[in-house]
Design a protein around this ligand. Structure first.
Ligand code: KIV
Length: 308
């Protein structure tokens, strides 16, 4: 690390931390809610400076920053480390930690204990879990333990295999009813917000009037109260496959490769470092150093003489 970490930039010093009542108010006023994922200190600083409302430390980080082939392998300890780094770079957005696969399904007690670790050890404001079914009971338990919890329905990547792969969900009336049922159950269980992932826009539009909590969509059309994208998808950092809803707003990976390649070219061509990248020493001190080494470039043992 060559520089001291700076206090995160803020879009306006007056910006207040985003609270749950503020999110509810945004829904009521029809103000779109902006959520992005982040997985480390610099991405959190970027989210802060851009003025987003919610930052999710998604288990997608298992793929985008840890290189796993899916979100399933990422461990709780890995997620806590990512979330704690994000916390250090964030001031105003609501920080949500994603409960990874295997860390909450077994029992309500396990779900509460895991959610507590996100709050106590990583400084998260809230947690997110995937799915309906038994996740409804887990969400209820977490909410009753005093930890705000976000639901996630439609395509739930932790259980994608059971859903038939990474496919849009709710594309038949029957399957759309399942999505609706899960969303309603999560709302009643006490979730403060729900993510809709990869469901037809018309299905979201149909369900939205019935839901009281803010719904954040990803691949769920424009009717939801807010939108979320994965940081590495939206900035073009990740080289893996991106889903169709992952609009790319920048191509940072190309810039990064070009930068590192330019560095390599300059090192190999002897053009870096230049004098302005080096430190100086008083000539007398340098003379003494060289004398003690037996002369510049001609010492008998050079630095090794200093050991005897
Ligand atoms: O892990 C993640 O990034 C997510 C978002 C896609 C909502 O769950």
């Amino acid at each position: 690390m060559s520089t001291t970490p700076k206090v995160p930039e803020t879009p306006g010093a007056e910006r207040l931390p985003v609270s749950l009542p503020r999110l509810a108010e945004m829904k009521r006023l029809g103000e779109p809610i902006v959520m992005v994922t982040a997985y480390d200190y610099p991405s959190a600083q970027v989210a802060e400076a851009a003025g987003v409302d919610i930052v999710l430390v998604g288990d997608s980080g298992g793929m985008t920053v840890l290189g796993y082939p899916s979100t399933v392998p990422v461990s709780l300890d890995e997620m806590l480390m990512l979330a704690a780094a994000v916390r250090r770079g964030l001031r105003t957005p609501l920080l949500v930690g994603d409960l990874p696969f295997g860390s909450y399904e077994a029992s309500d007690e396990q779900a509460i204990a895991t959610a507590q670790r996100f709050v106590k050890e990583a400084g998260c404001d809230a947690v997110k879990l995937e799915g309906g079914g038994q996740s409804v009971s887990r969400a209820h338990a977490i909410a009753r333990a005093g930890i705000p919890v976000m639901g996630h329905v439609g395509l739930t990547p932790q259980t994608a295999t059971a859903l038939g792969g990474y496919k849009a969900q709710g594309r038949t009336a029957e399957r759309a009813v399942e999505v609706a049922r899960d969303a309603a159950a999560l709302e009643l269980a006490g979730c403060f917000s729900i993510v809709f992932e990869a469901i037809p826009a018309a299905v979201s539009e149909t369900l939205m009037p019935d839901l009281e909590v803010p719904v954040i969509g990803i691949g769920a059309g424009p009717a939801t109260d807010g939108q979320v994208l994965v940081f590495h998808d939206l900035l073009g950092i990740y080289d893996g496959l991106s889903p169709r809803f992952a609009k790319r707003y920048a191509n940072i990976r190309q810039e990064m490769v070009a930068g590192v390649r330019a560095f390599a070219d300059e090192v190999r061509g002897g053009r870096f470092p230049a004098p302005e990248h080096t430190y100086s020493i008083d000539p007398d001190e340098l003379g003494e150093l060289r004398a003690r080494l037996g002369g510049f470039g001609h010492g008998s043992g050079g630095v090794y003489d200093l050991l005897s």
